[in-house]
Design a protein around this ligand. Structure first.
Ligand SMILES: CC(C)(COP(=O)(O)OP(=O)(O)OC[C@H]1O[C@@H](n2cnc3c(N)ncnc32)[C@H](O)[C@@H]1OP(=O)(O)O)[C@@H](O)C(=O)NCCC(=O)NCCS
Length: 147
């Protein structure tokens, strides 16, 4: 973690955030830089990012957690998730592919059933189930909640 600064994003980093999200191949919608926390390296490049997205007034989603491949395994995702968890009230929700579920369990998130999901997440989950073309064998979309 030495050599990185964890802080709110600057407007001038908006393009770098978008590039990182595209590079790692996660949801490219709703990337307002004002909500982002970033990790920047000594050359002021955005090495990692994350945000909490509101869906209406009482549903919040931990989202856009991404670490550039060259900076992985150094605790940057943990540092960003911890800041976002500190700064946002509960409950927090997230969606992730099943291979990332164990990472979020480390932070206290638990998988929830369709009946427990706010409508927004139930809809996403349904769309994903229909979009079989995008599914890898054995991969499932998880909706998780931190109480
Ligand atoms: C998932 C991702 C953000 C993790 O980045 P990272 O640099 O490995 O994260 P960190 O080093 O901060 O690791 C955080 C913790 O989670 C653990 N972890 C990371 N990936 C994990 C996984 N797939 N399964 C279980 N644990 C995992 C680490 O071991 C570490 O645990 P520790 O703090 O108790 O030692 C990164 O691989 C990435 O950007 N992937 C592509 C985008 C993506 O899938 N984002 C998530 C969208 S839901």
């Amino acid at each position: 973690m030495t050599g990185y600064e964890i802080r709110p994003a600057l407007e001038s980093e908006s393009t770098q955030i978008r590039s990182l999200i595209h590079l790692v191949g996660i949801n490219p919608t709703g990337l307002d830089w004002r909500r982002f926390v970033v990790a920047v390296d000594q050359t002021r490049q955005v090495a990692a990012c994350g945000q909490v997205k509101p869906h209406g007034s009482d549903v919040r989603e931990l989202a856009s957690i991404a670490v550039h491949p060259e900076h992985r395994g150094r605790g940057l995702a943990r540092a960003i998730i911890e800041v976002l968890m500190r700064e946002n009230p509960r409950p927090l929700y997230l969606t992730c592919m099943s291979h990332n579920g164990p990472m979020y369990e480390k932070f206290g998130f638990r998988v929830i059933k369709v009946e427990q999901m706010p409508r927004y997440f139930a809809r996403i989950r349904k769309l994903f189930d229909v979009a079989v073309l995008f599914r890898k064998p054995g991969e499932e979309l998880l909706v998780m909640k931190l109480e």
